[in-house]
Design a protein around this ligand. Structure first.
Ligand SMILES: [Zn+2]
Ligand SMILES: [Zn+2]
Length: 315
């Protein structure tokens, strides 16, 4: 009897140990499974956050690049018209179409490289309050997997550093030459004015800036002789209600209703006291008017009407 009881206790002990071991193993497996699933879900979460961040990054990158792309499209448009000497018939519409086409190419690259679907639509290309800028409005739609993002962005694109197409479009293929900073008109302006029965001899071998640069001497009335000389040798442009804006310059127009730009066409002839007024929009306008000679130095002369004398502080 004693022996049987002992065996029973021993057997019971054995089964308690094996049950306990089983429970331990099972809990370990459960803990392992829980650990595994939670790691997988953390990993999934991380990938999805990473994807979002990539999506955001590409959107910001794309939006930033539109400024550079627009500047390049504007530059190319100007250069193409300079090459052909043909004015644009509708420069805003032309730039809009060119930019839309360029963005389509870039959108295809984004889809190929990052699997992001981009829908872009240039809504408008227009004047800015600052005539050294243009305004571009673009509607954008981005889509990747379940992520979408839509926005309408407005960009101010500077025209500083671009070439002025107006003299090329007005004088076509006459003996107009230019270097990296200036036009040299040789006899081209003289014959252009002669065709309008105007004496243009003061503008033989005259020169003017090639590249849009903003004059820093503000207000403009402080120019006078000294600053006008600096302004001329630095090839600056000025804001002007009468001078044409970049869009109208591209269309071969010297004046327009938009807030625009003007620069001096500088004479090197001292033999006349009066000649056509030197701002480019006067010389290239349909009805050029005269101004009085202003001696900047012994080789540099301007002719300015009263309006422009006042504007640049010569009275
Ligand atoms: Zn100036
Ligand atoms: Zn205009």
């Amino acid at each position: 009897m004693k022996l049987r009881l002992k065996k029973l206790i021993k057997d019971n002990n054995a089964s308690i140990i094996s049950v306990f071991t089983l429970i331990m193993i099972l809990s370990l497996i459960i803990i392992f499974i829980i650990f595994l699933t939670s790691t997988i879900s953390i990993n999934n979460q991380e990938t999805s956050i990473l994807n979002d961040k990539n999506f955001e990054y590409h959107i910001e990158d794309y939006k930033r690049n539109i400024e550079i792309i627009s500047y390049n499209v504007l530059n190319k448009t100007i250069n193409d018209h300079i090459k052909t000497r043909e004015a644009s018939t509708n420069s805003r519409e032309e730039i809009k179409n060119r930019l839309n086409n360029r963005l389509k190419e870039i959108n295809n690259d984004y889809y190929r490289n990052y699997n992001i679907k981009i829908d872009s639509n240039v809504l408008s290309v227009n004047n800015d309050d600052n005539p050294f800028n243009i305004n571009i409005k673009v509607k954008l739609n981005f889509e990747k997997d379940n992520n979408t993002y839509s926005t309408i962005e407005t960009y101010k694109i500077s025209i500083i550093g671009l070439e002025d197409p107006l003299p090329f479009l007005k004088l076509k293929n006459s003996d107009l030459t230019y270097n990296s900073t200036n036009f040299n008109y040789h006899n081209s302006l003289n014959s252009y004015l002669n065709e309008k029965s105007i004496d243009g001899s003061s503008y033989i071998n005259s020169s003017s800036p090639l590249i849009f640069k903003k004059c820093p001497y503000e207000p403009y009335e402080i120019h006078g002789n000294n600053l006008s000389y600096n302004c001329i040798i630095n090839n600056y442009y000025h804001e002007s209600h009468d001078g044409s804006c970049i869009f109208c310059r591209l269309e071969g127009k010297a004046d327009c209703n938009h807030y625009g730009l003007e620069t001096f066409i500088v004479s090197c002839k001292n033999d006349k006291n009066k000649s056509i007024s030197s701002p480019d929009h006067v010389i290239f306008s349909d009805n050029p008017y005269e101004g009085d000679k202003i001696v900047i130095n012994d080789k540099t002369f301007l002719f300015l009407d009263n309006g422009h004398k006042n504007k640049y502080g010569f009275n």
